[in-house]
Design a protein around this ligand. Structure first.
Ligand SMILES: *Cc1c(COP(=O)(O)O)cnc(C)c1O
Length: 228
């Protein structure tokens, strides 16, 4: 693991951005074994695990035992997995429809819990990406806010696949602007702006990210044929 090198790059991006606040770090542990995850958890500045499949996370959580860091769902959530997700994740970052918000709220109510959530926005317009279209964001914002058992903590996006730094920064700036406008409109805090992965986290930090999600840089290349 290149933990020291990652830390240096984060710190240097923060100082380049003139920022003195904290950027949180999610170790994206999809496809990684429980042993690899235990190693990552030892790094003091790892704040979360990020998983994108409910089933994989469920089987790992069973054997993991007590975890110092909360687990976040960062992948698309299908309606039929919502109950399981509500049971095993501490935070759900991929709310992308009113139906999902309502369903999750109903389940959270039945489970007697309040679930912290993020709204995922598709800021790049790439069809392969999940997330709500920015044009439909205001309606989803209202719908999520009206769910008593969901606590909206912010927004999340995945940057576009391109070499163009300008396009990547534009996507991240779009998320930041949506968040700022939502804060003004609702009076909510919305502290979390989750954007930035191994290839683009420095640009995300420059655009105000408060939570970066790093897999490859921390653990090495992913092997999807492996089933941890
Ligand atoms: C896989 C994944 C990441 C981490 O990607 P890396 O490029 O390996 O850092 C971050 N966010 C989401 C939503 C992911 O699915």
């Amino acid at each position: 693991m290149n933990a020291d090198e990652i830390r240096e790059r984060i710190d240097s991006a923060m100082s380049k951005a003139g920022r003195k606040d904290k950027v949180f770090f999610a170790a994206v542990s999809k496809t990684r074994t429980v042993d690899e995850m235990r190693e990552a958890e030892k790094i003091s500045w790892v704040d979360y695990f990020g998983e994108n499949r409910v089933q994989e996370a469920e089987s790992k959580r069973k054997v993991y035992g007590a975890s110092r860091v909360p687990w976040r769902l960062i992948g698309h959530l299908q309606a039929n997995k919502a109950r399981k997700a509500a049971e095993i994740f501490d935070t759900i970052d991929s709310i992308d429809s009113q139906d999902l918000a309502q369903r999750l709220n109903r389940i959270a109510n039945e489970l007697g819990k309040i679930i912290p959530v993020l709204i995922e926005v598709n800021t790049s317009g790439e069809e392969s990406k999940s997330g709500i279209d920015p044009a439909n964001f205001p309606a989803l914002l209202e719908a999520v806010m009206s769910q008593e058992n969901l606590r909206l903590e912010g927004l999340m996006t995945v940057g576009p696949i391109t070499e163009s730094e300008r396009e990547i920064r534009n996507a991240f700036a779009t998320l930041r602007t949506l968040s700022e406008n939502a804060r003004i409109k609702t009076g909510l805090d919305l502290p979390t702006l989750s954007m930035g992965m191994s290839d683009d986290f420095e640009l995300a930090i420059l655009e105000g990210s408060t939570l970066i999600r790093i897999g490859t840089l921390l653990f090495g290349p992913r092997d999807y044929t492996r089933n941890p």
